[in-house]
Design a protein. Structure first.
Length: 88
């Protein structure tokens, strides 16, 4: 499921980070579990600066936090990075 979401997003021209964020959001919605996103992840996925994202979050009354990627996604992220030649 996650791989399909990520691959579909990349085929549609979205960045890898936007695809991973979308997959995380979709899974959290499907399972009813909470998922946290860093300001950097959201800004990158939406194509804006971190400052712009912070301003928008504050305007919405949201106090941002930064978290690490969930272990469940690490293997998927690494596989897609390998397939795309994006290893750091």
């Amino acid at each position: 499921m996650v791989q399909d979401i990520v691959r579909g997003g990349m085929a549609a021209g979205l960045s890898a980070n936007a695809c991973f964020l979308g997959a995380r959001l979709a899974l959290s919605m499907a399972t009813g579990d909470s998922e946290l996103f860093s300001v950097e992840e959201m800004a990158d996925s939406l194509g804006c600066s971190v400052e712009e994202m912070m301003n928008q979050l504050h305007a919405e009354g949201v106090e941002p936090v930064t978290v690490a990627t969930s272990p469940i996604f690490r293997a998927v992220i690494e596989e897609v990075k390998r397939e795309r030649g994006l290893n750091e």
